[in-house]
Write a protein that binds this ligand. Structure first.
Ligand code: SAH
Length: 377
């Protein structure tokens, strides 16, 4: 058999454990999986013949049965502020977005977990595309693999990506198995070696899946709350009709408390002018979250064409922030980054995908648009 197999196994998204099991099925030694993981994820090598500390027989075996295939970059844009945005093309022609946000002390990669999203939050542009499919673990981890290959490594660090947030397209907890497998590789010292505090799962609040996640890992958690009462949240985040605020907050407590998870939940709150940004909403939010160790992340709405909402004025944002801060909440207003490249939520994908989710014209721009190194680099 040759490497031109119709359905070769993509090893990119396989955790060390799964690879070891696969090796054993092939009659190879399981511990070789560690070497392979290091080649793939630490050195970024995809060609088995270059993996010189594996036996020739194993390399031939791998070449005959498997591949290491990352997603392709269809488009890459670097912002003046150092933010880089990619549209990645998947093997089936679908496209996803990935964004890199450099700061002085870290480099955060915002990854997608699904093609589109089924949850239909009214202020989210991904929702407008509808749901196409879950990403596989290799498509999730492939975003980090690719970003680390393409970004310059800042001095004093071994890689550009130091933090990962699941805040790109999709609902990560609706793609549980692939999410957990990808997290496994992110935390694996032989792959990316990120600490649990540096990997954040952001969810709109799928309560049973959140409980399941708490049973297998304790990575950082961000919850898209966006409203301080069920009536409003039912409208903005429709999954609230199934898992209302009270149940969601109880699940958050279980996630942070059980199993000795010590970090706080981050509550995300998109500020929509005249909808959920009034002082009375801030007060309700304060009452709601009073007993929960948490941080609040205020996100001024990122407008997109046809959106039925507007971004509040800076004054309104500051006033909301002040009320929370005075009540003792650690409150952060998320800065908008990469405005010049449409880096915010789901804004670039519209240029390469049509509304029915079929790949439209793929624009190959990355040759003309060099990556701008981070301002801090
Ligand atoms: N499905 C996950 C990940 C979504 S994206 C979740 O719901 O958490 C990450 C964050 O961006 C979420 O809090 C999401 O609600 C928010 N978001 C989506 N569209 C936005 C927009 N147009 N403006 C501001 N924030 C938005």
């Amino acid at each position: 058999m040759s490497a031109t197999l119709a359905n070769p196994l993509n090893l990119l998204g396989m955790s060390r454990q799964r690879l070891a099991e696969q090796f054993e099925r092939w009659g190879e030694r399981g511990f070789r999986a560690t070497q392979l993981v290091r080649w793939i994820h630490q050195r970024g090598v995809t060609d088995f013949s270059a993996m010189t500390d594996l036996s020739k027989a194993l390399r031939q075996h791998l070449a005959a049965e498997a591949i290491v295939r990352p997603p392709e970059v269809a488009l890459e844009r670097g912002s003046d502020d150092g933010t880089v945005k990619w549209v990645m093309r998947l093997a089936d022609g679908n496209a996803i977005e990935t964004v890199f946000i450099p700061e002085d002390d870290r480099g955060t990669l915002c990854v997608s977990s699904q093609v589109g999203c089924a949850l239909d939050c009214t202020f989210c542009s991904t929702a407008q595309q509808g749901f196409n499919r879950n990403l596989t673990a290799d498509e999730i981890i492939g975003q980090i693999w690719m970003a680390n290959r393409r970004l310059p490594v800042p001095e004093g660090r071994s890689r550009a990506v130091t933090n990962v947030v699941f805040m790109g397209m999709g609902e990560p907890l609706a793609n549980f198995e692939a999410l957990v497998e990808a997290i496994d590789l992110m935390l694996d010292d032989h792959a990316y070696g990120l600490s649990k505090r540096r990997v954040t799962v952001s969810t709109s609040g799928l309560v049973p899946a959140l409980d399941r996640l708490g049973g297998v890992t304790d990575v950082a958690l961000a919850v898209s709350l966006h409203a301080p009462n069920d009536e409003l949240r039912d409208r903005l985040v429709p999954i609230n009709r199934k898992y209302p605020i009270r149940e969601l907050l109880q699940a958050c407590r279980r996630y942070t408390r059980d199993g000795g998870h010590h970090h706080r939940v981050t509550f995300e709150y998109v500020l929509l002018a005249g909808i959920n940004d009034q002082p009375e909403h801030a007060q309700q939010l304060i009452d709601l979250l009073r007993e929960i160790p948490c941080k609040v992340n205020l996100i001024p709405f990122n407008p997109f064409p046809g959106a039925p909402f507007a971004r509040p004025s800076l004054n309104a944002v500051r006033a909301f922030e002040r009320l929370l801060a005075e009540a003792g909440f650690v409150t952060i207003v998320r800065r908008t980054r990469g405005d010049d490249i449409d880096a915010a939520c789901g804004q670039l994908i519209g240029q390469v995908m049509d509304r029915s989710n079929r790949p439209a014209r793929m624009i190959r721009l990355h040759a003309e648009l060099p990556v701008q190194p981070g301002a801090s680099a």
